[in-house]
Design a protein around this ligand. Structure first.
Ligand code: BGC
Length: 379
């Protein structure tokens, strides 16, 4: 039977990611793209680790978790200071919080960046917990780094910060909160926390869920940030794979409906209305997130369409880009970005990982072939 992760594109994706991973475990966001070269993001990296873990490359995912743990351990004193100051009612300014991306060696970047983003710290916890569950692995070697992260997040989760797209730092973003809640729940359930921390993690997650329902929805669907009326393509992740909100619930259905109506043209998904980055094109990785959410809600046909759309964005060399220009929100803005940063990031490892992740889910949930009956007709 046809298996998505046996395709040439899936094989290329896995080989590309594992081939570009550094010996220390970092995943380059995009090896050649001017603004990303030399950096590994917690957000991209965690989803990449989850993708390759689901596709069977457990050792690669674990090497990434080792890299995360190294980054956190080397900042343990600084993290403890952030937590103590925050608990004392003096939250440090955004510039003193942990950055979104690091050099492969785990050092802070030298270039200016939109650094204060909390989502990746939740996402690495979530990806680790998923990996341990999926492979029946033991998480002891990451315990201290998990504890540092849990303390950082339980102290800081309610703060406004930059979102997945490194924008709008004055808002509290629903996708960011979903990553944090999923991470805290994940490691609490994985038995990686002592009693006090497990209590704090579960309490913070419950508070996040309640607050999102109160301030992060409108007309029954999840919105981009507290008080917004708009959606964001990243919200599909809150349904699946993060599983923060039930994809089959009324909230899940309405969120999927809003994402389809507002952001998806054929199978291609925009980040948000008003996006101008490279003209505001369609992101294959977002179509894969949307596919995962549809699949979890029981709509396999739509998930397959979204997979096929994302796969069709591959270049002749089978590389997947960050975005494609077939349908642009702000066509006039594209040229300026091409001149500033060069061609769109290609390959983007996160795109490849999301294709693998959706492929793995389609493969493991494939309907069984019809059993022939005695008369020779399928039942
Ligand atoms: C995106 C981020 C991403 C980064 C590296 C940025 O343009 O907005 O979500 O983490 O690229 O891929």
């Amino acid at each position: 039977m046809h298996r998505y992760n046996d395709s040439r594109l899936a094989e290329h994706s896995l080989a590309l990611i594992t081939g570009l991973q550094t010996p220390g475990g970092a995943y380059p966001a995009s090896p050649t793209f001017s603004a990303y070269a030399g950096y590994c993001w917690f957000r991209d990296g965690a989803f990449i680790a989850d993708g390759v873990s689901a596709a069977g490359a457990a050792e690669s995912a674990e090497r990434f978790f080792d890299w995360c743990a190294g980054v956190l351990r080397s900042r343990a004193d600084h993290i403890r200071w952030i937590v103590a100051e925050t608990r004392a009612g003096r939250p440090p300014e955004g510039a003193k919080m942990l950055p979104a991306r690091y050099t492969f060696a785990g050092a802070d970047g030298l270039d200016e960046w939109w650094d204060f983003q909390l989502d990746g710290y939740g996402t690495w916890l979530w990806a680790l917990a998923e990996h341990l569950r999926r492979h029946g692995a033991d998480g002891e070697r990451w315990r201290d780094a998990v504890e540092l992260t849990v303390d950082y997040l339980t102290a800081s989760w309610s703060r406004p910060c930059y979102d997945w797209w490194e924008e709008h730092s004055d808002h509290v973003h629903v996708s960011t909160l979903a990553c944090i809640a999923a991470g805290l729940d994940g490691v609490a359930g994985a038995g990686l926390l002592d009693g006090g921390r497990e209590h704090d993690a579960r309490e913070a997650s419950a508070a996040i869920h309640a607050l999102v329902r109160e301030r992060g929805t409108r007309d029954g669907f999840l919105v981009k940030w507290f008080g917004s009326t708009a959606v964001d393509g990243s919200l599909a992740a809150a349904l699946a794979p993060l599983g923060c909100f039930d994809p089959g619930s009324a909230l899940g259905e309405k969120t999927l409906d809003a994402l389809e109506r507002q952001l998806t043209v054929s199978g291609g998904t925009h980040r948000y209305l008003g996006d101008t980055f490279y003209g505001g094109g369609q992101w294959p990785l977002l179509s894969c997130f949307l596919g995962l959410a549809h699949l979890a809600a029981g709509n396999r046909d739509r998930a397959v369409e979204l997979y096929e759309w994302a796969a069709a964005t591959a270049t002749d060399d089978l590389d997947l880009p960050e975005q494609v220009a077939g349908h642009l929100i702000a066509p006039g803005m594209r040229q300026g970005w091409l001149e500033r940063w060069g061609p769109v990031a290609t390959p983007l490892l996160w795109s490849h990982a999301m294709l693998l992740r959706l492929g793995a889910e389609l493969d493991t949930t494939a309907p069984l072939p019809a059993t022939p009956t005695r008369e020779g007709l399928p039942r």
